[in-house]
Write a protein that binds this ligand. Structure first.
Ligand SMILES: [Zn+2]
Length: 543
């Protein structure tokens, strides 16, 4: 990534209309202007982004120094203050934190877990977010109580007081013959450019499985989960323990309690690495008693129940267009077991670097460019939804604010460290010829695909829901699902510097071209209001 990209002698014009018809195969798609690539600008962006990149240094601050950033935690706020400071240092304006209601914060300050009998050995584990600690070291007998239905509750009644409870049956751990990391092949990218079978509902998740592999109705599962949590609390258990997804020391762990201080309390809840869970489990199955010592210190933070979005701007240079806005962003919050490197310090660092590149290279942009780093994404896109409601439109009523008309596009990065390979158009096919043109200088970096498909689970949906063009990029998977996404191994080492640099350059170029385009980006028809009860399931933490 050190070599300088070849400089094109003059801008290459490409006619949007011709490519629109060719790509969409539809005469109804008519773009109004001929889009072109400003190769001088792309040259400057590549030069700054490849030769003087700061993206990995930003990422190191976001992970090693100001990570993890669970929404509502003091570290989140410190990280946000650091970002504002950086924006001011780079010469951006209106850098600030905008509050939205969230709930209580939570941090883990100490976690020690040892088996002490029949043999002593340390175990890998993490507390689940928003659960209480053990109130000092506790040594207790470990028991298995895998509660999978209501009658199991009766079976274990009165037997669990003071015990450390394994709540799930052991699962099989297989050898992995597939590589942990992957990139899209050309063939896969080509397939993505076709629409999915329309009979398949996009974004529908498989029915969640209960322990033991039985598919279960989602509501019934949530109801049983609540009953079980109350049961363990009422029984007075010392802690409840489950095995994380993942193996080889990787533990996937999220929340176990509630951020709402009025919700019922839970017992201390921890997740252990499957191999250590397995050793304890198999020992107990042999009727050999196991004792463990736990010392978990967690703190709830009730003083400030807001979380914060972070914004900053480069004002537009054209007096007529400066009131119009192009946004770039990603979520700033993370889960807590690692440092949130790929989810989503990667996206935050890429967006911060992209706006730094734009500002530092001194390129003129007619429209105002604004970065937005969101809180509460992992709890259901809370920050970006609050921001959109405050500034653009309420999706429940579709009452539009004046800024709705002055908005061009929002670009989001939240799929890990992987290189950008294209864009999800969210069904907005009128944008395809525009993006096809702007992608041209990045073919050599592997960015070639435009898919009309939707992708869900992250903050571009907050904009899309009120009819504003919001886009998420197609990124190489790398180790996202296999290793890093919401795991203890989501750390700086898993970030790929070359990918991060490419991504910042590509985003900067897309933002630059959007800011200088004659027209705002084409929009889809305005959606109908979405009263809360008509919405689908909240995409909690999908990305
Ligand atoms: Zn994410």
């Amino acid at each position: 990534m050190r070599a300088l990209a070849p400089r094109f002698p003059r801008p290459v014009r490409s006619l949007a209309l011709a490519s629109a018809v060719a790509l969409a195969g539809s005469l109804t798609v008519v773009a109004q202007v001929a889009d072109r690539v400003d190769h001088d600008a792309v040259y400057k962006i590549k030069e700054e982004g490849f030769q003087r990149s700061q993206v990995m240094e930003i990422a190191s601050y976001l992970t090693d120094v100001h990570g993890p950033r669970l929404t509502g935690s003091p570290t989140y706020k410190q990280g946000a203050e650091w970002a504002v400071e950086k924006f001011n240092e780079w010469g951006l304006v209106n850098a600030k934190m905008e509050p939205f209601e969230f709930g209580r914060g939570w941090t883990n300050e100490r976690f020690v877990a040892h088996v002490v009998e029949p043999q002593a050995y340390p175990v890998i584990g993490y507390p689940q977010a928003w659960t209480p600690g053990t109130d000092g070291p506790v040594t207790a007998e470990v028991v298995i109580a895998a509660i999978q239905n209501e009658s199991d509750l009766e079976k274990f009644k009165g037997q669990l007081k003071g015990k450390i409870v394994l709540t799930q049956p052991m699962r099989e751990v297989k050898a992995s013959f597939d590589p942990l990391g992957s990139r899209y092949t050309e063939k896969e990218l080509q397939e993505m450019q076709l629409l999915q079978d329309p009979s398949v509902q996009p974004g529908r998740r498989a029915m969640p499985n209960m322990p033991g592999g039985q598919p279960m109705d989602f509501r019934a599962m949530m109801a049983l989960r609540q009953k079980r949590a109350k049961f363990f609390l009422d029984e007075g258990v010392a802690a409840v323990v489950d095995p994380g997804r993942g193996d080889g020391g990787t533990v996937f762990v999220q929340g176990g309690g509630s951020r709402n201080p009025k919700d019922p309390a839970t017992a201390p809840q921890i997740t252990l690495a499957i191999e250590h869970y397995g050793r304890i489990y198999r020992t107990l199955e042999k009727k050999i008693p196991v004792k463990m010592t736990l010392d978990v210190k967690n703190t709830f933070h009730d003083a400030d129940q807001n979380s914060y979005n972070i914004v900053a701007e480069i004002p537009g240079s054209d007096p007529k267009l400066a009131a119009e806005v192009v946004m770039l962003g990603g979520h700033f919050d993370t889960w807590h077991a690692g440092t949130g490197a790929t989810d989503n310090s990667a996206g935050s660092a890429v967006m911060m670097e992209a706006i730094r590149i734009l500002k530092t290279s001194g390129l003129k942009m007619k429209r105002t460019v604004r970065i937005g780093l969101w809180g509460g994404e992992e709890q259901g896109l809370l920050g970006s939804r609050a921001y959109v409601r405050e500034h653009f439109a309420d999706r429940e009523t579709m009452a539009l604010k004046p800024d709705h008309a002055k908005f061009s596009a929002y670009y989001n990065v939240d799929n890990g460290t992987g290189a950008i390979r294209g864009v999800y158009l969210q069904g907005n096919e009128a944008v395809a010829p525009v993006f096809r043109t702007w992608m041209e200088p990045f073919h050599s970096l592997g960015m070639t695909a435009l898919t009309p498909r939707n992708t869900g689970g992250t903050d571009h949906l907050a904009f899309d829901a009120v009819g504003l063009p919001g886009f998420q990029f197609i990124q190489d998977e790398v180790e996202y699902e296999t290793r890093t996404h919401h795991s203890n191994m989501d750390v700086y080492e898993r970030l790929q510097a070359g990918d991060m640099m490419k991504n910042a350059v590509i985003v900067a170029s897309f933002v630059y071209h959007t800011a200088n385009r004659d027209e705002k980006l084409p929009r889809k028809p305005l959606p109908k209001p979405q009263p809360p009860q008509q919405r689908g399931p909240v995409p909690t933490s999908a990305m």
